[in-house]
Design a protein around this ligand. Structure first.
Ligand SMILES: *[C@@H]1O[C@H](CO)[C@@H](O)[C@H](O)[C@H]1NC(C)=O
Ligand SMILES: *[C@@H]1O[C@H](CO)[C@@H](O)[C@H](O)[C@H]1NC(C)=O
Ligand SMILES: *[C@@H]1O[C@H](CO)[C@@H](O)[C@H](O)[C@H]1NC(C)=O
Ligand SMILES: *[C@@H]1O[C@H](CO)[C@@H](O)[C@H](O)[C@H]1NC(C)=O
Ligand SMILES: *[C@@H]1O[C@H](CO)[C@@H](O)[C@H](O)[C@H]1NC(C)=O
Ligand SMILES: *[C@@H]1O[C@H](CO)[C@@H](O)[C@H](O)[C@H]1NC(C)=O
Ligand SMILES: *[C@@H]1O[C@H](CO)[C@@H](O)[C@H](O)[C@H]1NC(C)=O
Ligand SMILES: *[C@@H]1O[C@H](CO)[C@@H](O)[C@H](O)[C@H]1NC(C)=O
Ligand SMILES: *[C@@H]1O[C@H](CO)[C@@H](O)[C@H](O)[C@H]1NC(C)=O
Ligand SMILES: *[C@@H]1O[C@H](CO)[C@@H](O)[C@H](O)[C@H]1NC(C)=O
Ligand SMILES: *[C@@H]1O[C@H](CO)[C@@H](O)[C@H](O)[C@H]1NC(C)=O
Ligand SMILES: *[C@@H]1O[C@H](CO)[C@@H](O)[C@H](O)[C@H]1NC(C)=O
Length: 661
């Protein structure tokens, strides 16, 4: 295939690349409660195309100093938090609201919006969208947020920079640059430029608690001052995924404590408002490394798909390393115990190291590398998908079309954002690493406190995911300390029913059900009162991408107080599922393993051979997909070599590729 011309066309397109367009059509309003707090927004008119259904994108702008609210925090940088709000398709005024957060730490929630549960999906031209009938905004007002600061479209200080795509380091890196002074660099396939957040490590949150504090201030402004949210139903829920096993309980529990302080008059914060907290939903979440850590070894050896990623000798050795005296199990617990005494928000390692007893660097320093990254490296070495054990490491699913979509000028103009999109923030992930937030405990307790305070908590796990696999998730569900923990453990599993995944509903399905449609067993659920754990069959990490109907059913039933398993029973305190004590006897057949397909804006989809050609510019690209390899100097090589096939990477370097939960 001679494809030289296509490539030249592609490069010319990039050479004309621009900065994000000027923000136009923006409405501004000032906070009534806080001087210098503003909201800016517009109606983007994209993605949600259902007639009459409104959506708004914009920012809550928090000036420096706003978080210095007596809690000890010093915030000397602005926080501009991006939101994209979709009214419910049906009766928004009387619908509850759910916030959606993806994980990371440092991951953007645009992934959930465009690949999982939002009103649209991006087509394979990376330009057009089509409606998602299983959108969570059918009956619920949905608020997608990029947090903490510098994630996705959120930013501190607008900063120009070059953007380098790379197979490692999480797919790309941003290097701040002053183009006014130094002129514009040449753009090519793997190097562009644009406007980003500062990348400054000191200008974002470095722990879940810290993020919760900033998000509470965002919420105070948005919920009580955003003019297009005037609910008759004031319930607020939080649904989250992956690292959301930390974010969800951490943030919701922080909000709950603020509520309690407002109620007992101990919060010294002008205009602070009580928030009616309803449901916490967690999809394939990491709640606690001490509880879930061992499952990274076990799931690769023992899963319901009969996929043996680790052989007996690797498994035995990893398990020995985990369980031996002073092994990983003890080290993770010791680190958690040491962190417990140190407030997560203001953990100042460098300054107080001298007086810090115990020495956190010594206790926690290498635990993540030795006890987590080490296992995952060996998993990757067997060419398995992190988010789907049945897929290759260079996983083409979910299709990455949102990356191209969000890089385009018309989309940025419609959203009214002054920054380029980045899928994750390296500043945030490295900040969280420095405070050992991933190892930190307390999130199970937070979930338990929420349950005991009457908040509903629902856990949903796709059973092909490795990153936060259901085996570990089930253990976490049993380890949540709450008043009814014994009853929960004693309850059996019931069949989780949902309509077949390929069924296209003609209109919104009440509670995810259509009376005309037969239901299938989509998984298994254990539930007692307001707490449930569900294993979803044939779903990887992003459950709504794999099983949209099942994810929708779980979401709807949780939100509207129905039992997760069937949606037929109203949840009362005596609701308890009945059935087998575990679900390991239910085995699955793995789907066919898809071929990797290189999408250049997501280098993790590309095999090393193809990526090497991309870096040299020796590829033909259509709609960001590599569709051909150009003749190299190496005449004797097949020009199509490496486009398909699953070559193995021998030495996987770089942490970011591992760290994205
Ligand atoms: C930034 O956005 C502009 C469109 O407004 C685009 O041309 C440019 O390629 C983007 N840069 C990056 C790094 O995505
Ligand atoms: C608001 O901004 C103005 C101008 O920057 C500053 O003088 C004032 O102190 C700020 N107010 C608060 C409450 O931070
Ligand atoms: C997009 O999908 C259409 C229809 O399935 C197909 O013909 C086309 O080749 C696809 N394009 C890309 C870039 O994959
Ligand atoms: C980015 O660079 C362009 C071109 O030099 C300039 O017009 C723009 O003001 C810069 N933006 C920022 C935030 O520095
Ligand atoms: C970039 O350089 C120009 C010229 O030296 C200077 O005026 C401007 O302040 C610089 N911009 C930034 C963001 O540092
Ligand atoms: C108010 O509630 C907070 C959060 O639960 C608690 O820490 C605090 O002790 C309470 N204060 C009083 C005076 O009851
Ligand atoms: C796999 O794990 C399950 C749950 O812990 C256990 O019941 C089963 O015996 C294990 N199977 C093997 C082969 O280890
Ligand atoms: C187990 O797997 C490792 C890593 O792939 C390999 O080096 C080793 O030879 C295998 N052992 C057996 C007994 O197959
Ligand atoms: C087990 O731990 C030892 C000592 O730290 C290490 O050398 C070895 O590589 C570990 N084994 C595996 C399979 O990771
Ligand atoms: C985390 O952020 C807080 C608040 O900005 C800061 O005081 C602390 O030094 C940071 N901790 C680390 C380990 O970077
Ligand atoms: C803490 O432990 C680290 C790593 O062992 C060491 O480099 C550092 O000096 C220790 N700090 C103190 C105050 O002992
Ligand atoms: C693309 O640009 C980067 C940065 O300027 C450069 O390092 C790289 O070699 C270029 N690639 C090609 C194929 O020209």
């Amino acid at each position: 295939m001679r494809v030289q011309q296509l490539v030249l066309g592609g490069l010319l397109g990039l050479a004309c690349a621009q900065f994000p367009p000027k923000r136009e059509g923006i409405k501004w309003l000032k906070s009534k409660f806080h001087e210098n707090v503003t909201i800016s927004y517009k109606e983007p008119g994209i993605c949600e195309t259902t007639p009459g259904v409104k959506s708004y994108s914009g920012y809550v702008h928090l000036p420096p100093g706003l978080l210095d609210d007596g809690s000890g925090e010093v915030q000397n940088y602005p926080i501009n938090t991006f939101f994209w709000f979709f009214e419910a398709r049906n009766d928004p005024a009387n619908s509850p609201l759910a916030i959606w957060l993806n994980g990371g730490p440092g991951g953007s929630s645009m992934m959930g919006l465009l690949e999982e549960n939002g009103p649209c999906r991006v087509a394979n031209d990376s330009k057009t969208t089509y409606p998602n009938p299983w959108s969570w905004n059918n009956e619920v007002n949905m608020l997608y947020l990029d947090q903490p600061n510098q994630v996705g479209f959120s930013y501190d200080v607008l900063t120009n920079g070059t953007w380098q795509l790379d197979e490692y380091d999480g797919g790309f890196s941003v290097v701040p640059a002053n183009f006014t002074k130094d002129g514009l660099p040449e753009a090519n396939l793997t190097s562009h430029y644009g406007t980003f957040a500062s990348q400054n490590l000191c200008q974002t949150a470095n722990s879940t608690t810290h993020a919760a504090h900033a998000l509470w201030h965002f919420a105070q402004t948005w919920f009580f001052e955003f003019p297009h949210y005037k609910p008759a139903d004031d319930r607020i829920s939080l649904w989250t995924e992956s690292y959301g096993g930390h974010y969800g309980p951490g943030i919701m529990n922080f909000f709950q404590q603020q509520n309690e302080k407002i109620a007992n008059g101990s919060l010294d914060e002008q205009g602070a408002q009580y928030m009616h907290l309803d449901t916490l939903g967690i999809i394939n979440g990491l709640l606690d490394m001490a509880v879930q850590g061992e499952s990274y070894i076990q799931f690769a050896y023992n899963n319901t798909y009969g996929i043996d990623v680790f052989n007996q000798s690797i498994y035995d050795e990893l398990m020995h390393n985990w369980t031996k005296p002073d092994g990983c199990k003890q080290r993770v617990s010791a680190c958690q115990a040491a962190l417990k005494d140190h407030d997560a928000t203001f953990l100042i390692l460098s300054k107080t190291a001298a007086v810090m007893k115990p020495n956190l660097t010594e206790i926690c320093g290498n635990v993540e590398d030795d006890c987590w990254v080490n296992i995952i490296k060996q998993y990757y070495a067997e060419d398995r998908g992190f988010y789907d054990i049945a897929h290759p490491m260079r996983d083409p699913f979910p299709p990455p079309h949102m990356y191209g979509y969000l890089a385009s000028e018309p989309v940025l103009a419609a959203l009214g954002v002054p920054v380029n999109y980045s899928e994750h923030s390296a500043a945030v992930s490295s900040d969280f690493q420095r405070t050992y937030d991933m190892l930190r405990g307390g999130f199970l307790d937070a979930a338990g406190e929420l349950l005991d305070a009457g908040v509903k908590v629902h856990l949903v796990y796709g059973d092909r995911d490795y990153a936060c696999n259901w085996a570990g998730g089930e253990k976490a569900s049993l380890a949540v300390p709450h008043k009814r923990a014994d009853e929960f453990a004693a309850a059996g599993y019931e069949a989780f029913l949902a309509v077949a995944p390929d069924y296209v509903p003609s209109s919104h399905l009440s509670l995810g059900k259509d009376t005309d449609e037969k239901e299938v067993v989509a998984g298994m659920t254990r539930q007692v009162g307001n707490f449930s754990f569900t294993r979803v069959f044939q779903a990887g990490h992003e459950v709504p991408s794999y099983q949209p109907a099942a994810a929708y059913a779980a979401f709807m039933r949780a939100m509207f107080d129905r039992d997760i398993a069937t949606g037929l029973r109203r949840v009362t305190s005596d609701l308890a599922t009945v059935g087998p004590a575990d679900t390991w006897f239910i085995k699955n057949v793995p789907p066919p393993r898809p071929e990797p397909r290189c999408y250049i804006l997501k280098p993790g989809t590309c095999t090393p051979e193809v990526w090497a050609k991309v870096k040299k510019g020796k590829v033909a690209v259509k709609d960001y997909y590599v569709i051909g390899i150009i003749d190299d100097d190496d005449k004797d090589k097949d020009e199509d070599e490496g486009v398909s096939g699953v070559p193995l990477e021998e030495d996987v370097e770089g942490r970011e590729i591992f760290g994205e939960l």
